[in-house]
Design a binder for this molecule. Structure first.
Ligand SMILES: Cc1ncc(COP(=O)(O)OP(=O)(O)O)c(N)n1
Ligand SMILES: Cc1ncsc1CCOP(=O)(O)O
Length: 557
């Protein structure tokens, strides 16, 4: 990663004493012309611009060789001198998500943890000049916007987006800072409604911004957020994410995502912290970064929300500045992890809520392919899938895994492979589930690397402890009830599940004989580490997988 990034950041030849191949030597004689001029725009009286232009020949020679393409986000936003939000947050978010980020600055703010002390808007012709510089030279995948402080800047941006189309446009409709200071005037709204939103792939308002976009209707509940998402969608963007972080009286942070057809309520426990300045910018930048890597929209949104949750959680104890609008750290998790085990993955324990585990015998019995079974389960709301194909030929298993992976990725659902690390590696699945007599977890981790998910079956507190030591992400605990799906499997009952869940440092999913009649009893043991149920026959040995999945999800949610 580091080497390909650095290749892109530097011209390949001719600088820093590196040898210069003959063909490129000519380019080193390029004449620069420079001019220094004072900009007399009323808002930025002392704006001094140093222009450095290259002649076309040299320009051509300087272009990096593009055989090492890195996903690229361009952020068009304001600078926050405190480093918590704006351009600075966007750069950090993209770096943390390992995506290149270029910047067009629309305003320079004097800002800290107390509030915004000053705003200096960049003249629109100089915003245009920055856009021209970046878009005419670099291959930008996704544009993300933040503070757009004037109607003319919105118009200029829309002209450039028409001239230089990109794969996706992510709009964070920044209107006020978290301290309540106004960052874009009311005239900008005209530009949003008339020009920008119809070009937008996803817009990410918080509840106040959603209210402004809709002419001032108040949003007080998740139901209001759903209505707002639909109404904002009618204004033109293809997807809408209404962020409910500021919703009063809510223990959870609930965001409503609407793609024009379906609503998704994305829930996570509210992180109780003051260190949340810049979360909006970071979320939108993470979405942009994931889209630049090729994720589907829903998957990008889920990953971004999880990134924010983890970053806020890890930054609870940071103390930067004396005010209350404090920033968080985008890299803290990475730093902590690098110091301990080197892990960097983004496993979300909440994904264990409804874990669908396939079975080839059952699919044969009902005349289904694995892919058909998996599609029905994820459509019904399964939150994670495991392919457990005990008698499949390797080639067939690999081909089926690739198809299932495509299905799961399009729904933002992780896909794990039972036992077969070779298949998981070959199809780049999200991870594996292993038993006590399969590949040891420690070895699986070293073969799969730090980012893959590893689950391990445990029946005792000792096994759960070892799983944690060895670097697993979750444990599967059971059989909770007797089952015909796995022969000779000892039943540990609800008491056994409770004992293991209490001892486990890792998230736990219960398995074995779980169905519509007992799933609630399992979840009601009320152990914080117990995150969900894993099921085989109660989904896949049924006539309609989709209906069974929906019904079971409703029970455990
Ligand atoms: C989520 C989950 N938990 C437990 C198991 C059982 O795995 P294992 O012990 O490897 O037994 P087999 O599945 O191989 O029969 C599981 N598959 N998933
Ligand atoms: C794979 C496995 N591991 C422990 S019990 C079990 C089987 C679960 O299947 P079912 O949900 O049909 O009881």
């Amino acid at each position: 990663m580091a080497s390909s990034e650095s290749q892109l950041l530097r011209p390949r030849f001719g600088y820093g004493g590196a040898p210069v191949p003959p063909f490129f030597r000519r380019s080193l004689r390029f004449p620069f012309w420079t001019s220094v001029h004072t900009n007399t725009h009323p808002i930025s009286k002392n704006h001094l611009s140093l222009r450095v232009k290259m002649q076309p020949e040299a320009d051509m020679m300087m272009k990096p060789v593009s055989d090492n393409k890195i996903p690229h986000v361009l952020t068009v936003a304001g600078s926050d001198s405190g480093g918590g939000a704006g351009i600075q947050a966007d750069l950090k978010a993209c770096a943390a998500r390992r995506v290149y980020c270029s910047t067009v600055i629309t305003a320079v703010t004097a800002q800290n943890t107390v509030g915004v002390q000053g705003v200096n808007i960049v003249p629109e012709d100089f915003v245009a000049e920055q856009l021209q510089s970046v878009l005419s030279d670099m291959h930008v995948d996704v544009v993300k916007t933040g503070m757009l402080p004037s109607l003319n800047i919105v118009k200029v941006l829309c002209q450039f987006l028409t001239k230089f189309p990109v794969r996706a446009l992510v709009v964070d409709p920044v209107m006020k800072s978290s301290s309540g200071d106004v960052l874009s005037g009311s005239s900008v709204l005209t530009g949003f409604l008339g020009e920008l939103l119809p070009m937008t792939d996803i817009v990410t308002p918080n509840i106040k911004e959603a209210s402004v976009l809709l002419g001032g209707v108040p949003l007080k509940s998740v139901s209001d957020m759903r209505t707002a998402a639909k109404l904002i969608h009618d204004l033109g963007p293809r997807n809408v994410l209404v962020k409910g972080g500021d919703l009063p009286n809510s223990l959870d942070s609930v965001d409503v995502f609407f793609d024009g057809k379906e609503f998704y309520e994305l829930c996570s426990p509210r992180v109780n912290t003051r260190n949340s300045h810049g979360t909006g910018c970071t979320l939108a930048s993470c979405i942009a970064a994931e889209l630049a890597k090729g994720s589907s929209m829903l998957s990008a949104v889920k990953t971004a929300k999880h990134f924010i949750d983890v970053a806020l959680d890890y930054s609870r104890d940071l103390a930067i500045g004396s005010g209350v609008q404090r920033p968080f750290d985008h890299f803290l998790k990475l730093k902590n992890i690098n110091q301990s085990s080197g892990r960097q993955n983004m496993f979300n324990p909440n994904d264990l809520l409804l874990y669908a585990v396939t079975d080839s015998t059952m699919n044969r019995k009902w005349g289904r392919t694995i892919a058909e079974a998996v599609k029905a389960a994820v459509e019904g709301g399964a939150t994670i899938v495991q392919l457990r194909e005990k008698d499949a030929e390797t080639r067939d298993f690999l081909d089926a895994s690739k198809v299932c992976l495509e299905i799961c990725r399009s729904y933002g659902v992780p896909l794990l492979i039972n036992d077969r690390l070779d298949v998981a590696l070959a199809c780049d699945a999200d991870g594996v589930h292993v038993g006590q007599s399969d590949m040891p977890v420690r070895l699986a981790r070293s073969l799969l690397g730090p980012e893959k998910i590893i689950g391990v079956s445990c029946k005792t507190p000792e096994q759960a402890h070892q799983a944690w030591i060895d670097g697993a992400d979750y444990i599967g605990c059971g059989g909770v009830y007797p089952t015909n799906t796995k022969a000779n499997n000892r039943t540990i009952g609800l008491d056994g599940l409770k004992e293991v869940s209490q001892a486990s440092k890792l998230p736990v999913v219960a398995i074995g004989g779980i169905n519509l009649s007992n799933a609630r009893a399992v979840m009601e043991i009320g152990e914080p580490k117990l995150k969900g149920v894993a099921v085989v026959s109660s989904l896949f040995d049924r006539a309609c997988i989709l209906t069974e999945t929906r019904n079971l999800l409703a029970l455990v949610s």
